[in-house]
Write a protein that binds this ligand. Structure first.
Ligand SMILES: [Fe+2]
Length: 239
């Protein structure tokens, strides 16, 4: 599958500009410095001027990180998703929300997939974590409980993770970073901010249809790498 760039309308381009500008400003103070640094590094091919061209982006992205954007029609089976992650291919759809959907989506669009997920993959530590996570998933194909545990890790880190930076909470998960509302919501003191512990995360249910009430907070991206390596070792031992 490919992105058909000519199919985007003037209205699509305007929606992209609006989304990008509003959320980049919002993340200036609320986004983690690692995410913001990476977004800056991508600015020649990912910016508010126009919807990114995946071919151009891949050129830069692959040479810099070894990762590539892999176009998918929408949500794909979890096993296939793990295979792609293990090969350093990150899935993205090519459709963009309409102006009416600007603050609510039932399925991820390309603003979520690209603006939310791609930047941090430029960070070598996060890149390692994402690939290790994919490789671990590959080893547990068909194991329903383990796949559920891994989906929970994905949900509470790559999608909805928070990081403590100089004593302050900041956003690094793509589900938050690509959402104006969620970025402003996560700091609410009535919400539960738990210290990240991979075993606790695996035991924690999540809901995709309501705004989050519980977040896990890491102290550094290295913590993600260490936790996935430890889990992998722990699983090998108990096998
Ligand atoms: Fe996502």
């Amino acid at each position: 599958m490919k992105q058909n760039y000519e199919n985007y309308s003037k209205e699509d381009q305007e929606v992209w500009q609006l989304l990008f500008k509003r959320q980049k400003e919002n993340l200036n103070l609320k986004g983690s410095e690692k995410y913001n640094e990476c977004l800056e590094q991508l600015s020649s091919c990912l910016n508010e001027k126009a919807i990114p061209n995946f071919e151009e982006m891949n050129h830069f992205f692959k040479s810099k990180t070894g990762w590539q954007i892999h176009v998918v029609p929408g949500l794909i089976p979890v096993e296939e998703f793990f295979d792609l992650l293990a090969e350093k291919k990150f899935c993205s759809s090519t459709w963009l929300r309409t102006r009416e959907q600007i603050d609510y989506l039932e399925e991820p669009d390309m603003f979520h997939d690209i603006f939310g997920h791609i930047p941090l993959l430029l960070n070598p530590t996060f890149s390692k974590f994402a690939q290790s996570f994919g490789k671990l998933g590959q080893q547990y194909k068909g194991d329903e409980q383990m796949l559920l545990n891994l989906q929970r890790i994905y949900w509470f880190t790559i999608e909805f993770g928070l990081i403590k930076q100089n004593g302050e909470l900041k956003v690094y998960g793509a589900g938050i970073a690509s959402s104006f509302g969620e970025t402003n919501h996560v700091f609410d003191s009535k919400l539960t901010h738990l210290k990240y512990d991979i075993n606790e995360v695996m035991a924690c249910e999540f809901h995709t249809d309501i705004i989050q009430e519980k977040y896990f907070v890491i102290n550094s991206l290295e913590e993600l790498c260490t936790s996935i390596n430890n889990l992998s070792r722990q699983l090998k031992k108990s096998a």
